[in-house]
Design a binder for this molecule. Structure first.
Ligand SMILES: Nc1ncnc2c1ncn2[C@@H]1O[C@H](COP(=O)(O)OP(=O)(O)OP(=O)(O)O)[C@@H](O)[C@H]1O
Ligand SMILES: [Mg+2]
Length: 322
């Protein structure tokens, strides 16, 4: 999409998400919807370059939204070592991903059935050995999830922030990568870095983008800044899902270890609309194997190219302060 087209949408005040705004005029052939019926669960990773932007908050509410709509949902806390989905939901688990890796507990015993109507696979906190899974540990998790996938319609993977190996592994293991950022210049620059590494090293071409803690105009401006550099330097397709305003009810709900409810009406319309957009997007037939595929895909990682690094970062930073 050209800057002019995006500018005119900004000018007439209509929502990019309403109009199905995408990062390029045409999606690459690999992400065009096909008539094939996909029966495997939809797998969406929720990632960010910079930490603390709202990934886990979005993940638990997206899980609850989909469950309320009748989907069978598994939320995987893949922020291994610093997991906090269980804390945010106020749930307790007997074991974590470590038990899975040591073979002391099967996956089905680790999954927690939440009162909110979805299942959670807890990640484990304070477990340094989980922060960089080796290849055989990744394979163990993949094998378990491949089996578990049969029981779900939607698998959400809440990853750690940044571009560490675990993040790249889980994000490229998903059918769709959802990137969360805020208008903060560092968050924007780090989101670009994540998209760059995932596209160049892991072959991920399609990204959903969600801008948190902002208003509609700043959300569009932030997306446009990101788009201007990805369009110029990367072969990716960005799908703007929308924005979520900053609101004190989020902090209050997190402190009380609960989800937003009917007593917190401020953000509900934003979240409902946003999550409807996420769930109504067409499946990506090129990455439709559920979890099984990505393994081979991940192994065929390409090499990085840092040649454009300096100009991209200065471009993002210059735009962020303009
Ligand atoms: N829309 C919002 N309005 C107000 N505060 C928000 C909003 N979204 C997130 N926050 C605040 O940001 C904090 C971080 O949120 P969250 O834990 O979901 O981020 P994260 O990206 O998962 O962090 P990490 O990278 O550490 O995993 C929350 O504790 C909350 O206080
Ligand atoms: Mg988190």
């Amino acid at each position: 999409m050209s800057d002019d087209a995006m500018s005119s949408q900004l000018a007439n005040g209509s929502s990019a998400a309403d109009q199905g705004v995408v990062g390029q005029a045409e999606a690459p052939a690999s992400v065009v919807n096909t008539p094939h019926r996909i029966v495997s669960p939809r797998v969406i990773s929720i990632s960010s370059g910079k930490g603390g932007v709202g990934k886990t908050f979005m993940s638990v509410h997206l899980a609850a939204h989909a469950a309320k709509a009748g989907q069978r949902v598994l939320l995987i806390d893949a922020d291994l070592g610093l997991a906090n989905v269980d804390v945010m939901l106020g749930i307790h688990s007997s074991g974590t991903m470590r038990n899975l890796l040591t073979g002391t507990e099967p996956l089905e015993d680790l999954i927690v059935h939440c009162p909110q109507g979805f299942d959670v696979l807890p990640g484990g906190s304070g477990l340094y050995e989980l922060t960089n899974l080796n290849v055989s540990e990744q394979q163990t998790i993949l094998d378990s999830l491949r089996e578990a996938g049969e029981h779900y319609d939607l698998i959400l993977i809440d990853t750690a922030a940044g571009i560490g190996d675990n993040v790249l592994y889980f994000a490229s293991a998903a059918e769709t990568a959802l990137v969360v950022l805020t208008p903060d210049p560092t968050s924007l620059t780090d989101a670009y870095a994540l998209i760059k590494v995932l596209s160049q090293q892991r072959g991920v071409r399609r990204f959903m983008v969600l801008i948190n803690q902002t208003d509609e105009i700043d959300g569009h401006i932030t997306f446009k800044r990101l788009l201007s550099v990805t369009d110029r330097y990367l072969d990716v397709y960005l799908d703007y899902i929308g924005h979520v305003p900053q609101h004190p009810s989020v902090r209050k709900a997190i402190q009380q270890q609960r989800l937003l409810n009917d007593n917190d009406p401020a953000l509900r319309p934003y979240l409902d609309k946003l999550f409807d957009h996420v769930l109504s997007r067409p499946r990506d037939a090129s990455r439709s194997g559920g979890l099984q595929f990505f393994w081979e895909h991940t192994l065929s990682a390409g090499l990085d190219d840092d040649s454009d690094e300096v100009s991209v970062n200065s471009s993002l930073q210059a735009q962020s302060v303009s």
